[in-house]
Design a protein around this ligand. Structure first.
Ligand code: GLY
Length: 359
């Protein structure tokens, strides 16, 4: 079992990387986990791992209930949060109880948000089962739900007490969801670590074949990159925004397509667009742009898409701007391994980037 410590003062926690669920009990003991627990999952993950996990916990003295909500981004809502809170009440969870989030990003974000508000906040454990959640959303304490067609608008920072990454769960993940998760992994290489970027391109065959040791190595380095950023800027007052590389245009494409494309596919398109703007500004060479594109191709990303309505995508980006006090923050790269936040990216540059990635 590999381990990484996320140093956030009194909110510090371990991320463990392993195969199987055998190590979970020991990890729960280490954090002195309460005996009364609610496992929160969705209808996709429940039949895969819900029963197995509940059985392991119950056999070992935990008083544990399981609550599954309907899978899908469209259920990432306050209604679902109320459902989770009702399950907490029905199972008699009190301030000393704990929630376990078992599933992908939507599950982790919602279970974490419910944990943040139930009885003014209880502890929670993340057991991410998708590559997207193992590589990004389970680390860093961002929790929340979508609201009025806007992603993650209601939420809270609430750090987990433990993140338990069982890379074997990736074996049941649909291929398009694996590709989606690789978007965040490639992003971490581009913004912070050229050596890691080279590692994931050199080892693509093993990674795609889900070779456990390689996945554990990749996952640990990937989470170390994210954790180092979060440790410096937990509440996103500055540096943490570099994690949004590819997300400004990516989120807008995702919303304009009414969430019919995967998050990672859109982030991939957004990263290519941001890398193109970086190249046009002379911040990276044409060869570096091509290197980024080749990495995305290795992991079967679509490099282009039909953008039916560029104005609609641009308008959605302006909504994002409202969220950040009137300035559109755009993350560009100064070379693989380095990112900067720019506030002066123009409409013309954005439209040119949309043309570049458009079909
Ligand atoms: N996914 C970006 C962040 O955690 O800040």
């Amino acid at each position: 079992m590999e381990r990484l410590y996320v140093n956030l003062g009194e909110n510090s926690y371990d991320i463990v990387f392993t195969t199987g669920f055998d190590g979970l009990l020991g990890e729960l003991e280490k954090i002195n986990a309460p005996k009364k627990l609610l496992i929160v999952t969705d209808t996709n993950v429940e039949p895969l791992y819900g029963g197995e996990l509940k059985e392991i916990l119950e056999k070992n003295g935990y008083d544990c209930a399981l609550y599954a909500f309907e899978a899908g981004e469209e259920h990432k809502s306050m209604d679902s949060i109320l459902g989770i809170c009702a399950a907490c009440m029905e199972h008699g969870l009190d301030r000393k109880s704990q929630i376990i989030a078992l599933g992908g990003g939507v599950v982790g974000d919602m279970a974490g948000f419910a944990a943040a508000i139930y009885m003014r906040g209880i502890s929670f454990v993340q057991i991410p089962t998708t590559l997207l959640s193992q590589s990004d959303s389970s680390v860093g304490g961002k929790t929340g739900v979508d609201f009025m067609d806007s992603k993650n608008t209601l939420g809270a920072f609430h750090q987990p007490s433990l993140v338990y990454i069982n890379v074997e769960t990736l074996k049941t993940l649909p291929k398009e969801q694996f590709v989606s998760g690789m978007g965040e992994v490639i992003k971490h290489g581009i913004i912070r670590d050229a050596q890691f970027f080279d590692y994931i391109t050199a080892n693509s065959e093993k990674i795609k074949a889900l070779h456990s040791d390689t996945l554990i190595k990749m996952s640990k380095t990937n989470c170390a990159i994210k954790a180092a950023v979060v440790e410096k800027d937990e509440k996103e007052s500055g540096l943490r925004a570099i994690l949004n590389f590819g997300h400004t245009i990516g989120h807008a494409i995702e919303a304009a397509a009414h969430f019919t494309k995967t998050h990672g596919e859109c982030v991939g398109l957004g990263m290519r667009a941001a890398a193109y703007i970086s190249k046009e500004r002379g911040m990276i060479s044409a060869a570096e742009l091509e290197k980024i594109e080749r990495a995305m191709e290795l992991y079967d990303f679509k490099l282009s898409c039909k953008i039916e309505d560029r104005d609609a995508v641009y308008e959605i980006m302006q909504k994002d701007k409202k969220k950040t006090a009137g300035t559109l923050k755009f993350v560009l790269t100064e070379g693989i391994g380095s990112a900067v936040i720019k506030k002066d990216v123009t409409r013309e540059e954005i439209y040119a980037a949309m043309d570049y990635i458009g079909e």
